[in-house]
Design a protein around this ligand. Structure first.
Ligand code: SF4
Length: 70
């Protein structure tokens, strides 16, 4: 069973991804290991890069506040 400390979002003071009082650990539907998080982000970048401009810029602005580097 995965430990909450293995979640990509778990830091010393709790979860950095969600507004929760306490980390729910392995029952949390957003639990991902650091490896899963990195692979997922890589897939997202690959998918976004498959679009032409201006769709690519639209997606980056709409879902990542313009801050995703692809
Ligand atoms: S398991 Fe859920 S609540 Fe805990 S750190 Fe990960 S995302 Fe946050």
């Amino acid at each position: 069973m995965p430990k909450k400390q293995n979640c990509f979002a778990y830091k010393k003071n709790g979860c950095k991804a969600l507004r929760v009082k306490e980390c729910e650990g392995c029952i949390c539907p957003f639990f991902k290991t650091k490896g899963e998080y990195k692979r997922g982000k890589k897939e997202v970048k690959k998918r976004i890069n498959s679009y032409d401009e201006p769709e690519r810029s639209y997606l980056i602005d709409a879902y990542y506040g313009g801050k995703l580097k692809v």
